[in-house]
Design a protein around this ligand. Structure first.
Ligand SMILES: [Zn+2]
Length: 388
């Protein structure tokens, strides 16, 4: 859909303004027509996007629209239950999940989707407070949650649970499934830079990176799947890319992009993982993002633009540790000059392989950044022994 933007008028704008007013981001008495996307509306949309970890552009595209739809629901306003096949989603579900997480219940990630795991966690909570464990959150369960207030806090239990699962699975890469997602493609070339007779697009470059990464990981005994080919007919939406990774039961999800900016001086690498402003974060995603970022900076010399938490669909809906790497700015002459060099792209790929490997090392046995020899890993696999 075409984003709804400043200057637009109509019933859709009225709806947007109503939700924003309900979130106290927009005073309902703001002057101007109630169906007009005016400056106050734009400010409110930006504040909303910021609070949800979305890209802040002041327009309402598909992703922001879905977030606004979900934001209508406040916890307690409706009964929540595990609906099949179309699960309930909304801000109330996320609030409930965050409460349960704080109390030490295993809801997985606070993804705002009322799935099997959330339902099971609710049932466990109900059993422990003496309610019928039906896994649905109605008025009685809400009362019990309110009575407990914020007294019961388990100290980031999800953090421990996720890291435990990874530690117990051992340090080997053999047999793991990694989904690599080259961004854009099809009708969407991503960042495009005319450069002499060669016209580089982000879509082409990241596909090349993805194929190289696929080769390296496969040589280490990893099952690899790419979300798209080199020239797909259409551009796959991020929700489909996340679903593909979930359907494959992937252990790790890596999305590859390059950045762009109107200022050619902007350069460097940044890595994103799932997280919101409320301090909710995917601990393993955050750890993987840190490792990818540090390895790339150490091995390539790209400027370190840090790691950041975002609630993008791609990161929110994937059920495994997921990161999105923006490997340099195609609009920066310096970064571009490096990215078009295949040897440089190989260094980027080695850095990502090293980061994935390090994620499976127990933290106390982790190695210094830049120190894993990726070719050695391959030799060990070829010799038929497990890396330990
Ligand atoms: Zn991109």
């Amino acid at each position: 859909m075409r984003p709804i933007r400043p200057g637009d008028r109509g019933p859709a704008v009225t709806e947007i303004r109503t939700v924003l007013a309900g979130l106290h981001l927009l005073a309902p008495t703001d002057e101007g027509r109630s169906d007009e996307f005016d400056a106050a509306t734009e400010r409110a949309v930006r504040a909303f996007q910021q609070s949800r970890g979305l890209s802040v552009d002041g327009r309402v595209g598909a992703e922001t629209w879905r977030a606004l739809e979900a934001a209508r629901w406040r916890l307690g306003a409706r009964t929540l239950y595990h609906a099949v096949p179309e699960p309930l989603t909304g801000e109330d579900v996320r609030t409930l999940q965050e409460r349960l997480l704080e109390m030490g219940y295993d809801v997985g990630r606070a993804d705002a989707i009322y799935g099997v795991r959330t339902s099971r966690a609710v049932a466990q909570f109900q059993r422990e407070v003496g309610l019928t464990p039906d896994g649905a959150c109605g008025p009685h369960t809400m009362n019990a949650l309110r009575r407990l207030g914020r007294k019961v806090v388990g100290g980031r239990p999800q953090w421990l649970r996720e890291s435990d699962a990874i530690r117990q699975s051992g340090p080997t890469l053999v047999g793991r499934t990694v989904v690599i997602d080259p961004g854009h493609g099809g009708t969407d070339p991503g960042v495009v830079v005319p450069d002499g007779p060669l016209r580089w697009t982000e879509a082409d470059l990241v596909h090349d990176l993805a194929s190289r990464l696929e080769g390296r990981l496969a040589a280490s005994g990893v099952r690899v799947q790419l979300t798209r080919g080199p020239a797909p007919g259409e551009c796959l939406p991020d929700t489909d890319r996340a679903q593909l990774a979930n359907a494959l039961g992937a252990d790790v999800f890596i999305s590859l992009h390059t950045d762009g900016h109107q200022n050619p001086a902007a350069d460097g690498v940044a890595t994103y993982h799932y997280g919101t402003d409320n301090g909710v974060t995917s601990a393993t995603g955050e750890r993987l993002a840190g490792l990818v970022q540090r390895e790339i900076v150490a091995r390539t010399g790209l400027r370190d633009c840090g790691t950041h938490a975002k609630a993008w669909d791609l990161l929110r809906l994937t059920r495994m540790p997921a990161v999105r790497v923006e490997v340099g700015y195609l609009t920066s002459p310096t970064d571009r000059g490096r990215l078009v060099d295949p040897r440089f792209r190989d260094r980027v790929v080695e850095a990502i392989v090293a980061a994935v490997q390090r994620m499976y090392f127990p933290i106390e046995r982790d190695v210094p950044t830049g120190s894993i020899d990726v070719s050695e890993l391959r030799a060990v696999v070829a010799a038929g022994t497990v890396v330990d």
